[in-house]
Design a protein around this ligand. Structure first.
Ligand SMILES: [Zn+2]
Length: 420
């Protein structure tokens, strides 16, 4: 942005920050967390402070301040606020529909104390993706000044009118350390992610680097830190790519079938038997983040983008009982087990996926199709889990699924080759 134009926004930011600071102070002193009350009590005062500023900034500053006061007072109540007053550090200027409008896809018009200013915009990929999927811009926006690059960063909100999404089917996802088992159309696909192996691999590499560099340069040296940084960047980027690609694949398949995605509800303290063997608490945390929380977050985000609902079910003992007989499954060393009643063999991840499905069906009566209908939709036969059915997941290595756009005909052919 030209220096002269940017100057206007620097002034605007200063005034806005001042408004918010004063309002937050007042709100916290008077225990106000509601925008309406703050506005009722302070609007006139705030308005007179900067008469040259468009009046709607007084509104948005009240909204901004009320939200800051609200979260500060809540933290204080929980004893987690360190200071007596909230600090207004980062400021993004809140805009309502009076203060900004988009002029086509090329510029944005913003009301300032020096009149309306037109700013050319550069759209990112994310923006276009949402627009293409039928999302529309909401009237509220935030703008942040990037002083170093002398540009504005816009934060936009998208909205979409959705008709009630009645799931016709369910896609259930069971997340493991190194794979995600996904039940689609009666087939359990085991998409390998190797996330815990990636985490462990980098962990040990860091350890080796540390030992070697500590010996040569002493602990915490510059070259060591530099390598650490590079390693953690690489690790992060690789995991992110794995998570997003698979999440997109799952969300796309669910949307295609008008299905809901079923996930395990993860508690704060995951009593997960799969990471119990990892003793180092820091490493446990990392593996957990990589394999469970991060994966779920990616699926949630992608599901939102595609308008697919996500259902959470109780994860307790999902792989312990036979989905047909309800009897306990006795597991051997590998991930295979035998039903103690029917004697049939099960793969652990197949059991988990089907039990997640059963819980989703039993859960909310309102949206769930009847058990039978869902089963028919799921695999085309009345007894999908008959003892003769294959209870083996179709394993898909990462190198393969990472290139898929969808579970199309070609991918299934490839899959046959892989499992053969
Ligand atoms: Zn059984």
């Amino acid at each position: 942005m030209p220096r002269r134009t940017f100057r206007i926004f620097v002034e605007l930011e200063g005034m806005y920050r001042n408004l918010v600071e004063q309002l937050v102070l007042y709100a916290v002193n008077n225990n106000i967390t509601k925008f309406t009350r703050l506005k009722a009590e302070r609007y006139r005062e705030v308005r007179s402070l900067y008469p040259q500023l468009p009046s709607h900034y007084a509104y948005t500053a009240c909204q901004d301040a009320a939200e800051r006061a609200h979260s500060f007072l809540r933290m204080k109540k929980m004893g987690r606020a360190r200071k007596p007053y909230p600090e207004v550090r980062g400021v993004s200027i809140w805009l309502d529909d009076n203060l900004w409008r988009a002029e086509g896809l090329t510029s944005i018009n913003i009301a300032t104390h020096r009149g309306r200013v037109r700013v050319p915009v550069e759209l990112n990929k994310h923006f276009l993706r949402y627009v293409n999927r039928g999302w529309r811009l909401a009237s509220e926006a935030k703008v942040k000044l990037d002083h170093r690059e002398r540009r504005l960063i816009f934060y936009l909100t998208f909205k979409k009118e959705v008709s009630e999404y009645r799931p016709k089917a369910y896609v259930t996802v069971d997340v493991n350390e190194d794979a995600e088992a996904v039940l689609i159309d009666g087939v359990v696909y085991l998409f390998e992610t190797d996330l815990s192996r990636v985490t462990l691999g980098y962990y040990y590499r860091r350890k080796r680097v540390q030992e070697r560099y500590d010996r040569v340069y002493g602990p915490g040296s510059r070259p060591e830190r530099k390598i650490f940084k590079r390693l953690s960047n690489n690790e992060g980027a690789l995991k992110k790519e794995i998570r997003w690609k698979l999440a997109a694949l799952i969300a796309r398949e669910a949307a295609k079938r008008q299905a809901a995605i079923v996930l395990e509800r993860l508690g704060k303290e995951p009593a997960n038997h799969m990471i119990e063997r990892i003793k180092d608490p820091q490493l446990r945390h990392r593996v957990f983040q990589a394999a469970f929380k991060g994966v779920q977050a990616a699926i949630e985000e992608k599901a939102r983008e595609y308008g697919v609902p996500v259902i959470y079910v109780n994860p307790k003992d999902t792989s312990k009982r036979c989905p047909i007989h309800g009897a306990e499954i006795i597991y051997g060393r590998d991930r295979h087990g035998t039903c103690s009643k029917g004697g049939e063999t099960w793969h652990r991840d197949v059991v988990a996926c089907y039990n997640l499905l059963l819980r989703a069906l039993g859960g909310d009566g309102g949206h769930a199709p009847s058990r039978l209908r869902a089963f028919v939709a799921v695999d085309g036969g009345p007894v999908p889990l008959g003892p003769t059915a294959a209870h083996e997941p179709a394993g898909v290595p990462r190198a393969l699924w990472a290139r898929w756009k969808s579970l199309g005909a070609t991918s299934e052919r490839k899959l046959m080759r892989v499992s053969a």
